[in-house]
Structures are given as C-alpha cells and as structure tokens.
Write a protein that binds this ligand. Structure first.
Ligand SMILES: Nc1nc2c(c(=O)[nH]1)N[C@H]1C(S)=C(S)[C@@H](COP(=O)(O)OP(=O)(O)OC[C@H]3O[C@@H](n4cnc5c(=O)[nH]c(N)nc54)[C@H](O)[C@@H]3O)O[C@H]1N2
Ligand SMILES: Nc1nc2c(c(=O)[nH]1)N[C@H]1C(S)=C(S)[C@@H](COP(=O)(O)OP(=O)(O)OC[C@H]3O[C@@H](n4cnc5c(=O)[nH]c(N)nc54)[C@H](O)[C@@H]3O)O[C@H]1N2
Ligand code: SF4
Ligand SMILES: [Mo]
Length: 724
C-alpha cells in the first residue's frame, strides 16, 4: 500500500459524513478529516468521527478472537477454531432444546455495515429460531406500533425541505445527528438553510438543547408528560377548527371519537401537568396548525422512552393526520429508493395493519415487530424456565449489559446463559461476560454502502455512494468482516443462508463485495458504477410522484382504537409515583460518545471523563449542592451514586444522566467508567404493551447528597430502599 488520502464516509452514526482518510505506506490510518468538498454533508463531521485513526490503531482493540477460560481470563484463539467450538456448542443446544433456545441481539454497531446488517436476522431465520432481538425495540419502536394501530400514508409526511414548520418532540438532532424527518446531512447548516427560506422550528424538550436554542418556539415540559401535552394540543386544534377538514373527511374514520376522548385535556389541566404555561402551548399549537400550511411533527427518543411512549408517539402522528401533513397526490416523493426497490405510492391510507397480531407469539404473549421480538422481553426469555427458554445468545455489535434496563437483572441473565458470543472489537461490559469474543474489521478496513434499510431517513433524495476498504488490517491481527462469522457458523451447522433474499454459496465464502452487490440488487446502477463516483450519485430514473388515491376507498386512519383510548385514559389519570418523588430523570445523549462506544479512546476520555447527574443550578442551590458534589439518586427501582453538575439549560425539577457509562457492579471502576443509569430502570415494571418498551426517561427520582444520610432532607422523601 502507498501513503495516500481517500474519499470515504463515516459509518459510526446516521450522519454518514463525507471524510478524507489518510493512510501511511503500511496501510495504517493516520488521519480522518471532514471532506470540505462533500456535496452531501458540506464539510461537517464531529469530533468522535475524526478519532477513527485512534480507534483503528488502539492498543486496546481486540485483534484476535478470544475465549474465556474457567478462571474468567481470556486467551486468543484462531478464527476457525473459535467457530468450530461455538458451532459445536450451538449444535448441542439445538439438539437438546431445538433452535428456539438460540437467539441473537443486534446492537447499533451492527447497523452501519451494509454487508452484515441483516446477517443475524437471516442466520436465525435459516436456523429456525424466532428469537431475534435488537436495539430497535429499546429505542423508537413506538413509531412502528403507531403505524400498526393508526394506519400508514404510503408516501410519508411532509418533508423537512418543503415544510413551513417542523416540530421536534424530545430529540436533539444537532447533537445526535438523528431524528426522523430532519435533514441530518450537516444538521446545523441544513437547519439554518431551512430557516433562511422561512421554515419555523418548534422544539419540545425539558432541556434547552443545542437544537432548542435555534427554535422559533420552545416548550420546556416535565419529562414523561408528552402524551398529556400533545393531547391538549390536539384538543385545541379541533376546538379552534385549525385542522384540515377536507383531509380528515376523506381519510380519518373516527374524528368524533377522537374529539370526545380529548375533551378532558383542557389547557388548564395540561399546563398544570406539564409545567408549560398555557399561552406557550397555544402559541406552539397555533404556529404548527394554523399559521403553517405544510410541515410535519416528529419525535425522537425523549417521548419514546418515557411513560406512555406508544401513546405519545401516536399523538405526535395524530398532529400530522388532523393537519393533513402528508405528501399529496401529484407531489414528488423525496427519496423513492436508490438501493431500495421503488414502489408506486397512492394518496390513500393503508388501514391499521397491526402486524404483531399475526404469526408467531412468544410465551410472554408478544408478537413480532418487523420480524423481531421486543428486547424488553429478552431477560424473561433467558431467565424464565420453559421448554423454549433461551440458552445461547449471539450479540452482534451491541452492548446489552449497559443498554438494557435493570443492570443487575441483565447481568444475571447474561451470566446464566450456557453460551454467550459477542462480535465486537472492544472489551465491553457484555464482552467481559461472553464465552467467546469475535472481533470484526473496523469501518475503514472494509468496503461499504450507506445503511440501505433506512435509506429514506438518511437522504432526502435517491442518493447513494460506495467506499472501498482504505486501511490494512493491523499487523498480527486475525479479523473478519462481521458477516463472515455468521456464514462460518451457518456452514458448520448445515444451514442454507440467504442475505436480503439471495441464497449464499455455503461451500465457498462470498466476498464482502458480493454481499454489497446483493444490498444493491435493486439499484439501476451496478456497484462498479456507484464506485466510480466517490462523492456519491443521485440514481437515474424519473422522479416519482404520488398517484391519486381511489376516491371510493373505504380505508381510513383509526385515531382512537380501543387500546389507544385506554392508554389515553391512563395518561390522564397520571401516576401516584410522581407525587412521592421530587425530580424526574430525563435521558440524554453526549456529543462525544455513541452510547457506550468511543469513550475508550484517550482523546474522548479527556473531553468526557464521566457522566454526572446534570441539574438546574437553582435546584442545586436549594439542595445545598456544589458543582462536583457526590449525590445518591434513587428511583422506585434502584439507586446509584454520581457527581452533580450544573446545567442551566435543564428546567427545574429535572435531572439528566447519560446512559452507556459504568459497568457490571463488581467488574467496574466508577472513577474510570462512570455509572450506568440503568441501575435506576426496571425490566419488569412499566413496560409498554405490544413492544415491551421499558421506561428509560421520565423516571421519578429523589436525590441525596452523599454523606448527609443522617439528616432528613426535603428531597429525600419516602424513597423505598434509600441509599446510605
Ligand atoms: N453524539 C451522539 N449521537 C447519537 C447517539 C449518542 O449516544 N451520541 N446515539 C444514537 C442513538 S442510538 C439514537 S437512538 C439517537 C437518538 O437521538 P435523539 O433522540 O435526538 O437523542 P438525544 O440527544 O438524547 O435527544 C433526546 C432528547 O429528549 C429529551 N427528553 C428526555 N425525556 C423527554 C421527555 O419525556 N419528553 C420530551 N419531550 N423530551 C425528553 C432530552 O432532554 C433530549 O434532549 O441518537 C444517535 N446519535
Ligand atoms: N437508560 C437508557 N438506556 C438506553 C438508552 C437511553 O437513552 N437510556 N438508549 C437506548 C438506545 S436508543 C439504544 S440504540 C441502545 C444502544 O444499545 P447498543 O447498540 O447495544 O449499545 P452500544 O453501546 O451502541 O453498542 C454498540 C457496540 O457496537 C460496537 N461496534 C461498533 N462498530 C462495530 C462494527 O462494525 N461491528 C461490530 N460487530 N461491532 C461494532 C461498539 O464497539 C459497541 O460496543 O441503548 C438503549 N439504552
Ligand atoms: S456525525 Fe460524527 S460519528 Fe456521525 S457520521 Fe458524522 S463524523 Fe461520523
Ligand atoms: Mo438508539
């Protein structure tokens, strides 16, 4: 290899930022920089993405498969030997218990490799096991539940770049470079461009986030009250006649029921419950529904992790439904598909499909969501004895030990497995508990395409691109691209694997390029042709316009099916728990980390040494707390200790702690790793129906300065199992 600089794109997160990658003549990455010429992300890239050289060359990177010995230490083992041993153990479990005793968990790291992102699912399907789990169901699967209960508008919502307004409930795309519908290709710049053409931004968040600071209207409610707030906004819209009457008449089946169910959500009640002044609620609602003609409401993890998450998401989409904020007949579909196949979209509702009510049901009575079981039921599948009890788990690019609610029960479950295999390049809290760790190549060591299954979320036009492998694998390493491990196990277990519907040769291993060709099977351009455009290309083909719907179609949105109505009644009632706790805990992300990843890099650790409990300075003063004081935080389900730090952007009464830090108690050094906020969450209580979504935000908590335990403190009210 020669020392050179190459055009590529970062695959750490949804951003897919265009970068320039430099390598030396040994093929080692020396630098990764934003690509100022990139027509797509316009020179944006974040700090953690730019540390890829450190990540690839890290002395802590796992470079050979590891096997855990009886004393808990790990020894290196050859790839084929590791696959032989794992396959033998899997086969024994399959013989004894059937394939249903074998499952998989796909984490965020498995999504950003187009040659592998469907491998775990396809491997389990070939094996005959329905036990596929992923982060999707501890993230924003409320969106899937909403589509299933409400109905689907095939062409989608009004796009960001054509709307007069854009409303975000509980998302911070300027930091997370994520949020459905937002233009995340250089988010700050795209937002400035949209606002320059007159688009208004509404943000609803308990923290005045980086995104909220750019908002035209900002509401700062207590976490966990989105359902109440949105119900109040909807009531106001219908009461003032700000809805789109024609659209509702044609496409909504039960507007009167909706109107009736919303009656209790008066402005007074909503203002009191959410802590947002009534006039601000009116201003935001009026801007969205009355002063703007087009433009959508969206949400991210804030409401989707809080109590009543499925309902909150449903109500977000109802704002779009009653205001008719969908792409209409004759209008252009922004991204009809580049790698994904194109299909005709009609201006007509697909009636509530309730996919999970058909097909396989687990013994805990959960159906499948997009072919997967809810991750909120994974611990039950492992821990509860039954003939189909899960005994072996393959973790692909994830760190469930820190991502799942209820860290102690999660650790107990993972430790109880007969076989735990993790595909990761880091010694994560999950890897430490694993019998085998299989290390993958890292992003610049493999060719790739953008994450094709979520293409329309990434690009507002039918854009795609290709990157070749740029770096050599580190000297002395024994690594494979992720997919190879599934192929190797599949071959040994006598499986016929398919990838994205295409059967694979199970005698001779495919290449990564072969798998990318399968990912690109529907694209009008060949992989070679895509590769000839290092900055990517907008695929050929006429623009796709929405076709007129059938005027006699009986299909309508169902805004208030019985289960949604019951959830609305429960949300109205509120929770008695809240009264016993002085604060609510809100989830949030850090710019310099990616969930549990990136913090192992020295450059990141310097910027992000720990995960404090962020608090409003006035709350800190009222508690007699100084910046950096240690506090205990207790929820109804657990407790932790960390430092308190000021964040004037948080509203009073809210504490915010980032997840992904810490480790399994007894195996972690809090001064180095921080603390896991999942010591406060429950894996048994407060799960949502349908997707088993745990409550990870809007948790009731009390706090106490560590060392003050003898004193009665006003905020330390009646906490069960109080610390000290
Ligand atoms: N830098 C960075 N980027 C990331 C990640 C990361 O860890 N770091 N993680 C990636 C992943 S896995 C995901 S899913 C996406 C998530 O993307 P986002 O959802 O945009 O993530 P956050 O930045 O945490 O934004 C959530 C916001 O919700 C607010 N919030 C909390 N509780 C509530 C509530 O009850 N109601 C309302 N209205 N708001 C609430 C929080 O204050 C926070 O500002 O980000 C992705 N991108
Ligand atoms: N309390 C609380 N809990 C939460 C959340 C919260 O906000 N609050 N957020 C939830 C959300 S939205 C999510 S998505 C989950 C995150 O859940 P996970 O995805 O399970 O957690 P990550 O820490 O992102 O783990 C990703 C792993 O992939 C590895 N990786 C990176 N690239 C590759 C690759 O190319 N191949 C392989 N094999 N591995 C790779 C990384 O080293 C990392 O260990 O956490 C959830 N848990
Ligand atoms: S935002 Fe950062 S991590 Fe995400 S793709 Fe861009 S450079 Fe990579
Ligand atoms: Mo996520």
């Amino acid at each position: 290899m020669s020392a050179s600089t190459h055009t590529s794109f970062c695959r750490l997160c949804m951003g897919h930022c265009g970068v320039k990658v430099s390598r030396d003549d040994a093929g080692r990455i020396t630098a990764v920089e934003p690509d100022r010429e990139d027509p797509f992300t316009l020179g944006y890239a974040c700090f953690k993405g730019m540390q890829a050289a450190e990540a690839h060359n890290s002395p802590e990177r796992i470079l050979r498969p590891l096997k855990r010995l009886p004393d808990g230490s790990f020894e290196p083992i050859g790839i084929e030997q590791a696959l032989d041993e794992i396959a033998e153990r899997l086969d024994a479990i399959r013989q004894r218990k059937g394939p249903v005793a074998i499952g998989g968990y796909k984490g965020g790291g498995a999504f950003f490799t187009s040659s592998s992102l469907m491998m775990l699912n396809d491997w389990l399907r070939a094996l005959g096991s329905p036990k596929a789990f992923s982060t999707v169901t501890i993230d924003q699967s409320a969106k899937y539940v909403t589509a299933g209960r409400l109905g689907v508008w095939p062409a989608g919502r009004d796009p960001f770049h054509r709307g007069d307004v854009f409303m975000i409930v509980g998302g911070n795309p300027l930091v997370s470079v994520s949020t459905v519908g937002f233009d995340t290709r250089n988010p700050a710049k795209r937002l400035r461009q949209a606002q320059a053409r007159g688009m208004k931004l509404i943000v609803i968040d308990p923290r005045r986030t980086e995104t909220a600071r750019a908002a035209d209207v900002f509401l700062q409610p207590l976490p966990g009250e989105d359902a109440v707030l949105l119900a109040g906004m909807l009531r106001l819209i219908l009461e003032r006649g700000w809805h789109d009457r024609d659209f509702c008449a044609q496409h909504v089946g039960d507007l009167d029921t909706l109107r009736e169910q919303l009656q209790p959500f008066t402005l007074d009640l909503v203002a009191q419950r959410t802590g947002v002044p009534a006039e601000q609620i009116v201003a935001a609602t009026e801007l969205f529904a009355h002063q703007s003609r087009r433009g959508a409401a969206t949400s991210a993890t804030g409401p989707d992790m809080s109590p009543h998450s499925n309902l909150a998401e449903h109500l977000v989409e109802l704002l779009n439904v009653v205001c008719g904020r969908f792409i209409r007949a004759g209008e252009e579909v922004p991204n009809p598909g580049a790698l994904l196949p194109r299909w005709p979209r009609k201006a007509e509702v697909m009636p509530a499909p309730r996919w999970w009510e058909q097909g396989y049901r687990s013994r805990f009575d959960y159906g499948l969501l997009d072919g997967e079981l809810p991750t909120g039921s994974l611990l039950d599948e492992i821990l509860e004895p039954a003939p189909d009890q899960l005994r072996a788990l393959i973790v692909h690019g994830g760190n469930p030990a820190l991502a799942m609610p209820d860290l102690p029960r999660t650790a107990r479950a993972l430790e109880s497995l007969e076989l735990l295999v993790t595909i990761d390049h880091r010694m994560t809290a999950t890897a430490e508990l694993s019998d085998y760790i299989l290390p993958p190549t890292l992003q610049y060591e493999r060719p790739d395409l953008p994450m094709f299954i979520y293409e329309p979320l990434l690009f507002p036009e039918p854009f795609t691109r290709y990157t070749p492998a740029i770096a050599a694998q580190p000297p002395g390493s024994e690594l494979k691209d992720d997919w190879y491990y599934f192929w190797g196990l599949g071959k040994r277990l006598g499986l016929q694997l398919e990838y994205w519907g295409q059967p694979l040769d199970m005698v001779t291993a495919p290449t990564t390029e072969d798998l990318l060709r399968i990912a690109a099977q529907h694209c009008p351009h060949s992989l070679e042709e895509i590769a000839r455009h290092p900055h990517g290309l907008v695929v050929e083909g006429p623009p796709e316009h929405v076709e007129p719907g059938d005027p006699d179609s009986p299909n309508r949105f169902t805004t208030m099916p019985a289960d949604v109505a019951a959830e609305l009644a429960a949300a109205l009632q509120g929770s008695e728990l809240a009264a016993a706790y002085a604060y609510r805990l809100a989830a949030r992300r850090e710019r310099d980390a990616l969930n549990s990843a990136c913090r192992d890099l020295p450059a990141i650790r310097r910027r992000l040494p720990d995960n404090p409990a962020w608090m409003n300075p006035e709350d800190m003063q009222a508690e007699g707390l100084q910046n950096g004081d240690r506090i205990a935080v207790a929820s109804p389900w657990g407790q932790l200790e960390t430092v308190a730090r000021e964040d004037a952007n948080l509203r009073r009464g809210v504490i915010s702690i980032t997840h992904g830090f810490g480790g399994v108690p007894g195996r972690t050094d809090p001064s180095r790793d921080g603390v896991s906020v999942n010591l406060l969450t429950s894996s048994l209580q407060e799960r949502q129906p349908i997707n088993a979504m745990p409550r990870m935000s809007g948790l009731p908590v009390n706090i106490h300065k560590v060392g003050n335990c003898g004193e009665e403190h006003p905020s330390w009210r009646s906490t069960p199992g109080r610390a000290c």
